[in-house]
Design a protein around this ligand. Structure first.
Ligand SMILES: Cc1ncc(COP(=O)(O)O)c(C=O)c1O
Length: 398
């Protein structure tokens, strides 16, 4: 019964980790959960109230497939205000989350065998979404020594005549890497030599940057690529609105039209009340976003400090997003009390879950074995408790 194109498509590891944690908790285990990929606080009240008011005012019907004019205008205003990018509402398509727009962008553009360059470590969904549409993900590894960033020579070497997209995620999930102006300029110089390659910029974590780091919208530095760039963003992370499912893409009219066609034949339109709430989020006061960023920065600092004190862990402070990506190479080769060898990061994840009651995600799932992804979108008390549990479990290794 099942289509061949499902062969090899994996379920999202972060969703799978959440299911595992939920099942262990339901069985009575206490778990410190560092797998969470969303803010741990509720949507700000003024946004929720805006959604409720929209419902009461009768905004309960289908909307335009690419989103309401009010929301697309709010997005155009946001892109100009925050990113100095000028888009008209007809160059914007709203979907059920940024993920939905990325999915439809690949659906709209990939033919069998087309290649998509995905720098590793990557957000887990890109390669599978590419494969689902007949494309070939071309994974380009990086290293901690390059702050987990794609370099111009590595990009140049990965490009072929079949390359259709480069997916650039800044700030990055899972590493927190944030591309600087100079780094973007250098990558742009490579793309300028290859007009067949389009640029997809996933900027969903743009507001969460720390220390001296600043988010730079790639197109802002590379305006010459506007006719072949799709800017991806959404309200999930910035406004703690993951469950409302609103994200968007901004790009050339022909691409947005093709994405809109797919939206119209699949979901018809995003939820009307969620769109009303998203417009309020974007148009309204922004202090909740800066407060969330300050909160995450304090948690980042505590998380990094906690991990740096653990034997076998090595963790550089991330510049953005809300994840750390420590190396656990120092634990590989060690044995548990039961004599089991920790040969891979997946073994480490399972050991920490079983013996410390601490949940993390293996770096292998993000295309970078030997690491863990741990979210600090959780309270400082939880981070400290996790640290104590990890210390005890690591002390048991021989
Ligand atoms: C890098 C990245 N892009 C996109 C998304 C999807 O966000 P949305 O909730 O808007 O679909 C996520 C969610 O985890 C993400 O980490």
């Amino acid at each position: 019964m099942l289509a061949q194109r499902l062969d090899g498509v994996k379920p999202s590891p972060s969703m799978a980790a959440k299911t595992r944690v939920d099942a262990m908790r339901a069985a009575g285990r206490r778990i410190v959960d560092f797998t969470i990929g969303e803010p741990d606080f509720p949507t700000p009240p003024h946004i929720v109230e805006g959604g409720v008011a929209a419902l009461l005012a009768g905004q309960t019907r289908y909307t335009a497939s690419n989103g309401t004019p009010a929301l697309r205008q709010a997005i155009a205003d946001k892109l100009l205000r925050e990113n100095a990018l000028a888009y008209r509402p007809e160059h914007i398509a709203v979907g059920n989350g940024a993920k939905h727009i990325i999915y439809n962008a690949f659906a709209a553009t990939l033919n069998e065998g087309d290649e998509v360059i995905v720098p590793a470590p990557y957000w887990v969904s890109y390669p599978d979404m590419v494969a689902l549409h007949g494309g070939t993900p071309v994974v380009v590894p990086s290293s901690g020594a390059q702050s987990f960033k794609l370099t111009p020579p590595a990009l140049e070497a990965a490009i072929t005549a079949r390359t259709r997209w480069l997916v650039l995620n800044t700030p990055n999930n899972p590493t927190g890497a944030v591309y600087t102006r100079d780094e973007l300029t250098a990558l742009g110089a490579v793309l300028n030599r290859h007009p067949q390659v389009w640029l997809m910029t996933d900027e969903i974590y743009e507001h969460f940057v720390y220390g001296g780091a600043a988010h730079v919208a790639p197109l802002n530095v590379l305006p010459g690529l506007a006719e072949r760039t799709l800017v991806i963003n959404g309200v999930s992370k910035a406004y703690a609105m993951t469950g409302w499912r609103i994200g968007y893409g901004a790009g050339p009219a022909a691409l947005i039209k093709a994405i809109t066609l797919l939206l119209s034949q699949s979901t018809s339109c995003p939820s009307s009340m969620s769109q009303a709430a998203a417009a309020i989020a974007l148009d309204g006061p922004q202090h909740t976003v800066t407060e969330a960023a300050a909160l995450f920065e304090a948690r980042r600092d505590r998380m990094v400090q906690m991990l740096q004190a653990l034997p076998g862990f090595s963790c550089a402070p991330p510049d953005g997003a809300f994840y750390v990506f420590p190396s656990v190479a120092g634990l590989l080769g060690r044995r548990t009390r039961a004599g089991q060898l920790l040969a891979t990061d997946v073994d480490v994840v399972l050991y920490l879950l079983e013996h410390a009651g601490v949940a993390a995600i293996d770096g292998n799932s993000y295309g970078m074995p030997g690491h863990l992804r741990m979210s600090f979108a959780t309270g400082i008390d939880v981070i400290e408790q996790g640290g104590r549990l990890l210390q005890a479990a690591l002390a048991d290794l021989s």
